[in-house]
Each structure stands twice: as structure tokens, then as C-alpha cells.
Design a protein around this ligand. Structure first.
Ligand SMILES: [Zn+2]
Length: 563
């Protein structure tokens, strides 16, 4: 295949922009000017129509297993009436074979007109042929339809269990609402997802990731059942994606098995099991991130350490010795110190020149710890959208001093490290065109910027230039237009590299992936707009129009007719 008439950002060391890319045997054979290459006989020629193309985008911290699990559970959050919730159940039912269960969560009748508990009647109308069991947002009640009650043999004769209630109408018939322990009557018969269901959910999640522009992920903590699913799908040719997996250290059976097997490459490396994922602390939102000093908004609490330093050190040495990379979740400053200390001790005991140890999140750092990443060769793996999601309340938790070390991308880059970029989906969207603008602007996506009405040159312009070019309307620029802690922003090139070349390095795949250079895998995304030069406000709207993985077309936008 010969792709031509494009603006192809190769992301090679010189920042070459090519107009033509030749793909042979799944790899890049040429990247350069059309005039310098001839199509081989029978080679397909694709006119990119001036569009921009990038190396395949990779999310360095995603959870495909969790995304698939969530997909099998209908999320009813946001339903604004019983009818609306039932309608969503009906939509799900329309896509499932008759008789298959629908599990759901997160309805809340207090948000509905009249605040009345729902009943089976609405569900029976929407989904008569699929047993449905929908758990209330607090987990204390389940709303079921007649098919589910029937499957669980719940009738007017069923007695209320100890600590539970089968709600009944005036005639004594169960209404479909099961409270507290009565929920067990249902959940005992509700089947767990089958392999087939899980496989299907994984396939759909991969399709969503491809449609967002990803060609691969680093999965931070997969368990055996998920790995078995990916393997089945690969064998059937139904896994058109790259997954670099860190096995879940907190699943003892998973690590026990991989400690014996060692790292694996399956399907020509499409599925590569190469790392161990550990967790050192919790998260900032739930005040579980381990801090050196207590939370400003919770003075008795300084967070939770989930794994102590000696254990991180021991497992790091064990995993490195077996050829695994190690990726440790650390959000709070105390957890980051703990992990860096453990890495430092491990490397002092057994020096390894190319260990590529990673800290996942590296979210809150002390001034003292910032330069230790570069010094130790440890890679921070960070999620720009966490910054824009947390910025509204991070300062309340941390106070004005500590918050300066939060999501401190520029401080880290200035020490010479690279930052692996990701989303932590399903916590955030897997869409890399949410992550890139978050990194570049440190503003939430819904922020309306005065600059968006003005043509942009695409460069991160110094603030003074912007001000001087702005017509004086007397209102001045709202402070938020500059983003939160704007001195920590990334440039567009850095943000793009944090989803391409830097992630290839952070998974030891830089010889195969990350840039479009001869010999590397032909993983390419052709974009609806040029992410490097388009107006900032347009970046979240960018979609891939054509995606290749290993030279194969894996995604094509509707209406794209060139291929
Ligand atoms: Zn995560």
C-alpha cells in the first residue's frame, strides 16, 4: 500500500514530515517524498487528500478487562425517570439474544419525578424476554422484571428472608423490588458472564478504542481470565489491537502463574505480557492517596499505603530477575517517595542498566522526588485527563504548597525524563483526543476559550503574545483560559509523543513501534484534522478516518472511500 498526499508526522528523531508512506509486509518500507519512490506493481495507492497522519496512538495506562466488565453491566446513572431507565434496558435487550440476563446498576428513584420506587411493569414492557436485575446506586435494592422473578422462583408465596423484603402490591404480588438480603434470591440464579459474553465485550471495547484512534494500550493489571479471552480472540483473528500487559500483582494466582511462565509474546507480539503491576496506595478523590502530611480537608487522615517499601523492593527484584518490567501505582507524595526508595534500593542491590521501571500516575511529587526519576531512570506514566478532572478540588485536598507538585509534567520533563501518556480508562474516556488537549491546555474540555474564536498557529504561544493580539474589549482574559497551573502544560509535540514514541519506549517496543520509520510496524492513524496545527478547541473533535495496524486496515470512518 502506498499512502500519499498526506501530512505524515513520522516522529523520527528529526521530526520529519513526509507526504508519502509505503507499507510492505506489514511494515513501513518508505517514508518521504512521493517523487522519491515508485509504487510496486499491483500496489494499492491511497490518496490521503492532504490529511494528517500519525504513528498509531497507544494508551500507556488502560484497563481493557475492567472496561469489558463494565460493558456487561448496564449503567443507569443519569436516567431521569423510571421510563427512561426501562427504555435503556429495552435498548440493551434489543442487542441480546432472548433469555440472556441484563445486569444493571446505579438507578436512583430519588432523582425521578415523584421519587417512587420502580416496579416490574415498566421493565416487562421494555424487555419482556430478558431477565433483568438492576441494582440501586447504593447496592441496597434490586429492581427486577417478571422474567427475572420467574427465573428465581419468586412468587406471592415467597416469604421475606431475614433482613430483607420482597416488595408487594395491594394484591400481594411481588412488585419486582427486592430490598437488602432479599436481593440474594435473585443474585443466586443470575449467571456470571460466560466466556462468550466476555469475549464479545472485549471485541466491542477494542472496536471503541480503534474508533477513538488508539492502536494499542498498556493494560495495567490484567488477570488470567482476561488474558485467556484475549488469547482466544487472537487465535480466531478477532483481536485487531496491540496489548502490552502488566499482570495484576494483587491477583495472587495471576502472578503465581506468570512467575513460572515468564514474559510472553503471543500473536507476533500483538499480546505481550511483559510487566508486573503493583499498587502502593489509593486515589486522591477518595482520600486514599498516601501523603507525607495529612489531607488539608481531612486533618486526621494521610491516606493509605497498600504495599510497604520492602515488599515493593522484593517484588521488583523478583520480577526484574524474571525479565518483567515493573509498574507501580503511586498517587500521593508519600507513596511516590516509598516507591522511588524501593526502586533505588533494588537497583543498588542488583544494578540493571535498562530496567525501565515505571511509576503509574506519579501524581503528587515533592520537590525532592521530581529529579529522582531522571536520576534513577524511572519512567513516570501519567494521565492528563486526571489533571483536568481533579483540578476543581485537588487544591482543597492538598493545599497551596503541595498542589504545585501535582500533575507536574513540565517539572518532570525539565529533568530530562519522558512521560508515558494514558487515560486510566474506564476511569476516564479512552479517547486520546481528550488526553492530548488536557495535556496541552490543562483546561476541562467544556471550557470555552476566547482563543477558540481566533485562528491559531498551533504553537504553544507565550501568554503575552496572545494578549497583545487580542482586540481590547475591556473584559480581559479570564484566568482559567490559561489553564490550571499553566506553567506545567505540555507542547503539542510532547503531548503527541506521550501517546506514541514515549509509550513505545516505556514498553520496550521502541524498535517496533512509536514512529513511522522504515522497518517498524505500519501502525498508522489518518486523522480528520491535523492535531498539530488545528485550533486547540478542535482537538477533542478529531477522529481517525483510517487506521492501520501492522499494515492491515482495522478501522475506517464511514464515508471514507479511498481504501
Ligand atoms: Zn489504573
Amino acid at each position: 500500500m502506498l499512502l500519499t498526499n498526506g501530512r505524515i508526522y513520522t516522529l523520527d528523531g528529526r521530526g520529519t514530515i513526509a507526504d508519502t508512506l509505503v507499507v510492505r509486509d506489514g511494515r513501513v518500507a518508505f517514508a518521504g517524498r512521493r517523487a522519491d519512490v515508485n509504487a510496486a506493481p499491483g500496489e494499492e495507492i491511497v490518496d490521503l487528500g492532504g490529511r494528517a497522519a500519525l504513528p498509531g496512538l497507544v494508551d500507556a495506562h488502560g484497563h481493557l478487562m475492567h472496561l469489558a466488565r463494565l460493558r456487561l453491566t448496564l449503567d443507569l446513572r443519569g436516567a431521569d425517570s423510571e421510563e427512561d431507565a426501562a427504555r435503556r434496558v429495552g435498548e440493551r435487550a434489543a442487542r441480546l439474544p432472548k433469555g440472556e440476563w441484563i445486569s444493571g446498576r446505579n438507578w436512583d428513584q430519588n432523582l425521578w419525578p415523584g421519587a417512587r420506587f420502580p416496579s416490574r411493569a415498566s421493565l416487562d414492557r421494555a424487555a419482556p424476554d430478558h431477565p433483568a436485575a438492576l441494582v440501586r446506586i447504593d447496592g441496597h435494592a434490586t429492581w427486577a422484571n417478571s422474567a427475572a422473578l420467574h427465573a428465581a422462583a419468586i412468587t406471592r408465596a415467597t416469604r421475606d428472608p431475614e433482613g430483607g423484603l420482597v416488595a408487594r402490591d395491594a394484591a400481594g404480588e411481588p412488585t419486582g423490588l427486592l430490598v437488602d438480603t432479599a436481593q440474594r434470591l435473585l443474585h443466586g440464579v443470575e449467571p456470571r458472564p460466560t466466556d462468550e459474553q466476555f469475549d464479545r465485550a472485549v471485541r466491542e471495547c477494542v472496536a471503541d478504542c480503534l474508533a477513538a484512534g488508539l492502536t494499542g494500550i498498556h493494560e495495567m493489571g490484567a488477570e488470567l481470565y482476561a488474558l485467556a479471552s484475549y488469547r482466544r480472540l487472537l487465535e480466531r483473528g478477532e483481536f485487531p489491537f496491540r496489548n502490552y500487559v502488566a499482570v495484576a500483582g494483587r491477583s495472587a494466582s495471576t502472578w503465581a502463574q506468570y512467575r513460572e511462565r515468564g514474559p510472553e509474546r503471543i500473536g507476533d507480539g500483538r499480546l505481550a505480557i511483559g510487566a508486573l503491576k503493583l499498587m502502593a496506595d489509593g486515589a486522591l478523590g477518595s482520600r486514599g492517596a498516601a501523603l507525607h502530611e495529612p489531607y488539608c480537608d481531612d486533618p486526621g487522615n494521610s491516606g493509605l499505603v497498600l504495599m510497604d517499601g520492602p515488599e515493593v523492593e522484593r517484588l521488583t527484584l523478583e520480577a526484574l530477575g524474571l525479565g518483567f518490567q515493573v509498574c507501580v501505582h503511586a498517587i500521593g507524595d508519600r507513596a511516590n517517595t516509598l516507591v522511588l526508595d524501593a526502586f533505588e534500593r533494588a537497583l543498588a542491590r542488583t544494578p540493571r542498566p535498562d530496567h525501565r521501571l515505571r511509576v503509574e500516575h506519579a501524581q503528587i511529587l515533592t520537590d525532592r522526588d521530581v529529579p529522582r526519576f531522571a536520576r534513577l531512570g524511572v519512567l513516570p506514566s501519567m494521565q492528563a485527563t486526571h489533571c483536568t478532572s481533579d483540578m476543581a478540588w485537588a487544591a482543597e485536598r492538598l493545599g497551596p504548597e503541595r498542589v504545585r507538585g501535582a500533575y507536574a509534567w513540565r517539572s518532570l520533563l525539565a529533568t530530562g525524563v519522558i512521560i508515558a501518556g494514558g487515560s486510566d480508562f474506564p476511569v476516564e474516556s479512552p479517547n486520546p483526543f481528550h488526553g492530548i488537549p488536557a495535556a496541552v491546555t490543562r483546561r476541562p474540555r467544556d471550557h470555552v476559550d476566547v482563543r477558540s474564536r481566533r485562528p491559531s498557529d498551533g504553537q504553544g504561544e507565550p501568554e503575552t503574545d496572545v494578549r497583545s493580539r487580542r482586540p481590547s474589549d475591556g473584559r480581559g482574559e479570564p484566568e482559567t483560559d490559561r489553564g490550571w497551573q499553566p506553567e506545567q502544560r505540555m507542547t503539542r509535540e510532547e503531548a503527541v509523543r506521550s501517546f506514541t514514541t514515549w509509550n513505545a519506549y516505556a514498553s520496550r517496543q521502541e524498535r517496533e513501534l512509536g514512529s513511522l520509520e522504515p522497518g517498524k510496524q505500519a501502525d498508522v492513524v489518518v486523522l480528520s484534522e491535523d492535531v498539530v496545527t488545528c485550533d486547540e478547541a478542535r482537538i477533542p473533535e478529531i477522529r481517525p478516518v483510517l487506521t492501520l495496524i501492522g499494515g492491515e486496515v482495522v478501522h475506517r470512518a464511514p464515508g471514507w472511500s479511498e481504501v
